[in-house]
Design a protein around this ligand. Structure first.
Ligand code: PMP
Length: 441
């Protein structure tokens, strides 16, 4: 197969490490040459040769409404005409914080940053500042951005590359993070019984989607809440990926309405948001209990700042996105995700490829292998045991058919309100040949 992107990829690798600005984009685990994109509209992206693909990456989550929604683009253009960045407070920040709190009341106060990484980094510092304790607890396979303390056994690109963590993280930093298996309340109970008085926070993805999709067992998040409270540790719910995507109030909102398998009402101390809340422009947020949030500078002693934080283009895109993301949008994304994930399972069944399609709200991914098919995947260790070798052939067959999947088996598939019947049908029509490719792999 000719590789029209080879030349630009070579040029990219000469000046950018790996040729990309974020590792998974390099197609490392699926092989081949990444598509360099020129434009994106609705459910489709177009590469520099003009070839179009139905997109199931959607910028890794922000594109809830589809690419370049006209009203979001107009809001950004209007904001841009008024100035690109002020380094001073704006009304739009206040409105966006109010919009976040209206959907997630437990986010009583909100601080805007530019990336999810900054949000979780700040959450960790705030938790340590608030409790006077040093230790963090995270779960293997959960990804919280490239924060030193949170890279151990992380998901996403760290999982794709099969790394235990990252070079350059000091031993001291790693020693302050305890990594536990996901979906294992007993492991957390044991750690807290022993060292609970040293734990500043437990951080968890609201519904993990960075080791593939591994939903929390019913009642897990509520149990994390109960245990952390018992030991005076904070609970940080990372909704960077799930927030405003799986429902109007994120995964937390689904659990409060009994739709995420939740059994009781509960609130974390802190939330992190990103992706959808910035509508595709760099913006993320930390939110939570007002007494904790008021520990952030300038109100309190925990320092945090950002030259471009609350950037007017980003707040305009975020506000427009949240205004447009009504119940109809979520119903559409849910239905499209159901159709595609059902068709994915049927296509693999038809070819006798052992697998399990795992879902968390409108997020889903496929786990290959007998064990996954039989028992499902509940943890990172189980996710890593899958037959990941089947994915590259599957991925490239879909790409050939004009469907761009996430270039790693450890990532969720993202649908949007712009995935209309034509886009969904193109995905569904491509699945049987991809399943055959996976069967032969
Ligand atoms: N937390 C979660 C759950 C994420 O999925 C991500 C990114 N995929 C992050 C944090 C980090 O966000 P960012 O890439 O914007 O730094």
């Amino acid at each position: 197969m000719s590789e029209p992107m080879q030349e630009i990829f070579d040029r990219a690798r000469a000046v950018i490490p790996g040729g990309v600005s974020s590792p998974v984009r390099a197609y490392g685990s699926v092989g081949g040459v990444p598509r360099f994109l020129a434009s994106a509209h609705g459910p489709r992206v177009r590469d520099t040769t003009g070839r179009e693909y139905v997109d199931l990456v959607m910028s890794w989550g922000p594109g809830l409404l589809g690419h370049a929604h006209p009203e979001v683009v107009a809001a950004v253009q209007e904001a841009a005409a008024r100035g690109l960045s002020f380094g001073a407070p704006t009304v739009a920040e206040v409105e966006l914080a109010e919009a976040v709190r209206a959907r997630v009341p437990a986010a009583q106060k909100v601080r805007f940053v530019s990336t999810g990484t900054e949000a979780t980094m700040t959450a960790a510092r705030l938790a340590r500042g608030a409790t006077g304790r040093d230790l963090l607890v995270k779960f293997a396979g959960c990804y919280h951005g490239h924060v030193d303390a949170l890279l151990a056994e992380a998901g996403s690109g760290v999982a794709t590359a099969g790394l235990p963590g990252s070079a350059g993280v000091t031993a001291a930093s790693a020693a302050e993070t305890i990594v536990l298996p996901y979906n294992d309340v007993a492991a957390l109970e044991a750690v807290l019984a022993e060292r609970g008085d040293q734990v500043a926070a437990v951080i968890t993805e609201a519904a993990p989607a960075n080791m593939g999709v591994v939903p929390p067992a019913p009642g897990l998040n509520a149990a994390l809440r109960r245990l952390t409270a018992e030991h005076g540790a904070l609970l940080v719910l990372d909704e960077v990926l799930t927030g405003f995507r799986v429902g109007p109030a994120g995964w937390w909102g689904l659990e409060q309405h009994g739709r995420g398998g939740g059994t009781e009402a509960w609130e974390p101390d802190l939330f992190t948001f990103g992706k959808v809340v910035g509508g595709g422009i760099p913006l993320a947020a930390l939110g939570g209990r007002a007494d904790l949030m008021d520990l952030l500078a300038p109100a309190g002693p925990v320092y945090q700042a950002g030259t471009l934080s609350g950037n007017p283009l980003a707040t305009a895109a975020g506000l427009a996105t949240l205004r447009l993301a009504d119940e109809g949008v979520y119903a559409h994304v849910d239905a499209a995700a159901r159709t595609v994930s059902d068709a994915l399972g049927s296509a693999l069944d038809a070819e006798g490829v052992p697998h399990r399609v795992q879902r968390a709200g409108n997020l889903f991914s496929v786990m290959f292998g007998e064990a996954a098919a039989r028992d499902g995947v509940r943890s990172y260790a189980e996710a890593q045991q899958q037959d990941a070798f089947r994915y590259p052939a599957f991925f490239h067959a879909m790409l050939e058919a004009g469907v761009a999947l996430p270039p790693s088996v450890f990532e969720a598939w993202f649908l949007s309100a712009a995935h209309d019947d034509a886009a969904v049908e193109q995905i569904v029509a491509a699945l049987p040949a991809a399943a055959r490719a996976a069967a032969r792999a």
